[in-house]
Design a binder for this molecule. Structure first.
Ligand code: NAD
Ligand code: DAU
Length: 342
């Protein structure tokens, strides 16, 4: 396949391109990325100059750039998005723009060429909203509760409407929380690992009892390749690992792996509208795609901590830039009013 990978130098995009370059030697990749605060071209520097890799800097909302980047591609994997729930509470407009309008621009260009094979829209388990018990199945109603998840729901619904209306070969995947190398340190796991290395406090929202289903990023990437190769257009596939942990449990795993002290942990004011729990049923991906995750949380978190330990210049350059103002804005008052763990 000749893939257009949008958002290809963000966290999951980077890991996906690396996975494809090493596991599918006959495939080539064009990355289209706007290089927002979350995108880093140097993540894929090792492929610059390869005949199988091309990088295009640009916005998925720009039809001219999208046309040029998609030329010659028979598959699209759309990772490009604004992705951080806390930032979506601060600035919903950029989320609606990229996560909905950007998807429309990509779909419009894609449908001009009937020979194109597959449009893979990367969505999220957050579209189901908070599930107190049980696991969400692909047919369950959507109940997105943050500007981020509402925009992602809009993007995937639009993509599916192109399948129904125009016959565009769309597949949607809804993954649970990913972790692993190259994740921007605004998200829970890389923020807490890097704060622990720096001796900074670890700001746990609310009572630390919110639950997430943690998926090692390489397992997500193998599921996406399986969806491209074996998925049925018009289908939605949940992707998750069933490794459900409270944020407090994740925090203690990080303290143990980094050797940092419990005294760094602080309970801080909660996220607005904070979803208590996400959990997905992945039997469809397992039965129809033959996919199974390979990495348990214990080994995944050890690999991740090692990566951040070995690549401190990667995250230190981020944390000394734009991130500093962001962190101050989001956390300084919260940390002033925080409580230590008992
Ligand atoms: P990320 O924030 O690390 O990366 C996003 C990438 O998209 C960046 O490289 C950024 O520069 C690029 N981008 C943003 N706006 C763009 C635009 N208008 N045009 C072109 N490029 C643009 O995100 P991530 O965590 O790698 O997530 C990738 C995708 O996976 C997203 O669609 C997200 O909703 C979805 N997802 C993420 C997770 C997770 O746990 N991280 C779980 C499920 C689904
Ligand atoms: O479920 C999939 C989603 O997972 C993706 O679609 C999103 O793009 C991705 O950001 C992620 O969303 P979350 O909001 O679950 O991830 P985050 O890492 O921001 O937070 C994980 C949990 O940790 C959540 O319950 C909030 C909590 N948290 C987060 C931060 C940043 C804290 O307690 N303290 C923090 O400082």
């Amino acid at each position: 396949m000749n893939l257009l990978v949008t958002g290809g130098v963000g966290f999951i995009g980077t890991n996906f391109v690396k996975y494809v370059m090493s596991h599918r030697p006959n495939w080539s990749v064009t990355v289209l990325d706007k290089l927002t605060y979350a995108g880093r071209r140097e993540n894929l520097a090792e492929y610059e100059g390869s005949s199988r890799y091309k990088f295009v800097e640009g916005d998925i909302c720009d039809p001219v750039i999208v046309r040029a980047a998609m030329a010659g591609c028979d598959g699209v994997v759309n990772f490009a998005a604004e992705t951080h729930v806390d930032r979506s509470i601060d600035d919903p407009a950029s989320f609606v723009r990229t996560d909905v309008e950007g998807v429309r621009v990509l779909l419009e260009e894609f449908k001009l060429d009937n020979s194109r094979k597959i449009f893979l829209q990367i969505s999220t388990d957050e579209v189901y909203g908070s599930v107190e018990t049980g696991r969400s199945g692909e047919g369950d109603p959507l109940d997105p509760r943050s500007p981020y998840s509402a925009s992602k729901a809009g993007g995937e619904l639009l993509a599916m409407s192109y399948f129904t209306t125009f016959g565009t070969p769309v597949i949607v995947t809804r993954a649970s929380n990913n972790y692993g190398p190259h994740q921007y340190p605004e998200k829970l796991i890389p923020l807490f690992i890097t704060n622990a290395f720096e001796g900074e406090r670890l700001p746990l929202y609310g009572d630390g009892g919110n639950m997430r289903d943690w998926l090692f990023v390489t397992d997500h990437c193998s599921a996406l390749v399986a969806a491209l190769e074996k998925g049925t257009p018009g289908r939605i596939y949940n992707i998750g690992d069933g490794q459900e942990l409270t944020n407090k449990q994740v925090t203690f795993a990080i303290l143990e792996a980094t050797g940092a002290d419990t005294s760094l942990v602080r309970f801080v004011e909660d996220r607005l509208g904070h979803d208590r729990r996400y959990a997905v049923n992945v039997s469809r991906a397992s039965e129809e795609l033959g996919w199974k995750p390979q990495t348990n949380f214990e080994s995944g978190i050890a690999l991740t901590v090692d990566w951040y330990r070995d690549n401190s210049s990667w995250w230190q350059s981020i944390k000394s830039g734009e991130f500093r103002d962001y962190y101050k804005r989001m956390y300084s008052t919260r940390l002033e009013n925080s409580e230590r763990i008992q």
